[in-house]
Design a protein around this ligand. Structure first.
Ligand SMILES: Nc1nc2c(ncn2[C@@H]2O[C@H](COP(=O)(O)OP(=O)(O)OP(=O)(O)O)[C@@H](O)[C@H]2O)c(=O)[nH]1
Ligand SMILES: [Mg+2]
Length: 207
């Protein structure tokens, strides 16, 4: 009974109660994927080491499977391999993602780390242009807004090149339109704020 209550609590707060889905968390290293995964799991904060290889983590709650991958590679690896590494990594990752048949993507961006917006945009663009994800809803979470001077939602939209491509908050019926649902929500995973609204928005596009 306790477990059922807990299931209900977490999933209802995300709008995912009684839904069945595979949801992928993506984003550069340090964006907050592991922290979010654990926040959903334990509703408490744990300090994480940067996720090591293989960079994939999973959490199942009811019929919802959350899976996190790190896209950017880690600082040391990046320094050594530079672009070559990033491209290869992305290629391998994309083939995994195709096999997974995901129902939604949550793309996390560190809204405070403006120096990496361009890098994050590159990864996001690669995902958005992949055919296998063509109709998959994308929730973009601008994380860490608890830090002063984190980017605003407008800035983030601008730097990620999304200003004209988001499909609208609230209830927007896109069923007959062939348009991929995509929205930006700002959040602070450590303060447990913002991402619930994002998931609620996303849930309307998950059967
Ligand atoms: N201030 C602040 N820090 C956060 C927030 N979310 C995550 N962090 C911190 O950001 C750092 C990276 O978080 P992780 O969850 O490890 O990030 P990740 O995306 O899993 O990173 P990798 O595993 O390295 O790819 C950690 O020190 C977190 O505590 C947030 O909302 N606000
Ligand atoms: Mg991690």
């Amino acid at each position: 009974m306790f477990l059922v209550d807990w299931f209900y609590g977490v999933l209802a707060s995300l709008g995912l109660w009684q839904k069945e889905a595979k949801i992928l968390f993506l984003g550069l290293d340090n964006a907050g994927k592991t922290t979010l995964l654990h926040m959903l799991k334990d509703e408490r904060l744990v300090q994480h080491q940067p996720t090591q290889h293989p960079t994939s983590e999973e959490l199942s709650i009811g019929k919802i499977k959350f899976k996190a991958f790190d896209l950017g590679g880690h600082q040391i690896a990046r320094r050594v391999w530079k672009d070559y590494y990033a491209k290869r990594r992305l290629m391998i990752l994309m083939s995994f993602i195709r096999l997974l048949q995901v129902d939604a993507v949550v793309y996390l961006v560190d809204a405070y780390d403006k120096e990496r917006f361009a890098e994050s945009k590159r990864e996001l663009d690669a995902l958005l242009s992949d055919e296998s994800l063509g109709t998959v809803p994308f929730l973009i979470l601008g994380n860490k807004i608890d830090i002063p001077y984190a980017a605003s939602e407008e800035e983030l939209r601008y730097y990620l090149g999304l200003s004209n491509f988001t499909t609208g908050k609230g209830k927007v019926n896109l069923a007959d339109s062939n348009v991929r649902p995509m929205e930006v929500f700002m959040c602070s995973v450590v303060r447990k704020m913002g991402y619930g609204e994002g998931f609620q928005w996303m849930s309307q596009y998950i059967k």
